[in-house]
Design a protein around this ligand. Structure first.
Ligand SMILES: Nc1ncnc2c1ncn2[C@@H]1O[C@H](COP(=O)(O)OP(=O)(O)O)[C@@H](O)[C@H]1O
Ligand SMILES: [Mg+2]
Length: 249
């Protein structure tokens, strides 16, 4: 696991006086499940939006699947899948229609489109939901459909921004198995979460606080880097959250 698929170089984004992401330097490897972890407002979504070519960096840059996000943000979009915090589904379309729509956006047509949809349906177990309106699905099924839509074009890199928010524990576990099997097939996965049990299932995590990278490594190593007596990732997370809250008060 040595091929670098995502690299950030002094990646920085300001919104007025707020520095949402500050001088971020990361290397993420092929087939990794990489977690971005941090309290609300720590810069996770801003980082992902820059890596997806949706938001320009203020300073620094990132290389994603060989493309510089600053130089060719539109090319990045063909190389990545992005599942946003709000899933981006059309609630008044059926499961099948949502997949057909996204496959079309990604330029699939005819037999190759039908073939790919069938493959994704079977991989994610969506067979029996095809005729159901997306708006009537449970959180867990919406999440599966959103993942299906984001992977239609076989992207080598998948960005999942809080993919399990509002999803029940059983569905969350199934979702993580799916994520790991995609990674085992060579997809690089970058995922944000604020559930510690999920963070512990990442190969490495980056812990962010107020736009700063505080710690980086295997989930077990990160707690010690935070200090403040943190023994577990959960301790470390809570310590950061409390510190942020005190500073904001
Ligand atoms: N479009 C925006 N305009 C102004 N401030 C923003 C915008 N997007 C994010 N921010 C600010 O940047 C910081 C990081 O936000 P975000 O990346 O959404 O954090 P997270 O996803 O970790 O909760 C926050 O202080 C947030 O208010
Ligand atoms: Mg966010």
């Amino acid at each position: 696991m040595t091929e670098v698929v995502v690299e950030t170089k002094h990646l920085t984004r300001r919104f007025g006086a707020v520095v949402a992401v500050r001088d971020l330097n990361l290397q993420i490897f092929k087939g990794e499940v990489f977690g971005l972890l941090g309290p609300n407002g720590s810069g996770k979504t801003t980082t992902i939006r820059m890596l997806c070519g949706l938001l320009a960096p203020s300073e620094g840059t990132a290389i994603v699947a060989g493309v510089d996000v600053r130089e060719a943000p539109d090319r990045i979009k063909e190389l990545i899948g992005y599942m946003s915090q709000r899933f981006g589904l059309y609630e008044d379309l059926t499961v099948a229609e949502n997949m057909d729509f996204y496959a079309g956006i990604y330029g699939l047509e005819g037999p190759s489109k039908r073939g790919r949809i069938a493959e994704v349906v079977s991989f994610l177990g969506l067979d029996r939901r095809l005729g159901q309106l997306a708006g009537t699905l449970s959180g867990g099924w919406k999440q599966r459909l959103a993942l299906a839509c984001s992977m239609m074009h076989r992207p080598p890199v998948l960005f999942l921004d809080e993919p399990t928010a509002g999803v029940d524990p059983a569905a969350r576990r199934g979702f993580w198995q799916t994520i790991h099997s995609l990674a085992a097939q060579g997809t690089t996965i970058i995922v944000t979460t604020h559930y510690m049990d999920e963070a512990e299932r990442c190969i490495r995590v980056a812990l962010l606080s107020q736009g700063h990278l505080i710690a980086l490594g295997h989930p077990d190593e990160v707690a010690a880097q935070v200090g403040q007596g943190a023994k577990t990732l959960e301790d470390a997370f809570v310590a950061l959250q409390e510190r942020d809250e005190q500073e904001q008060a």
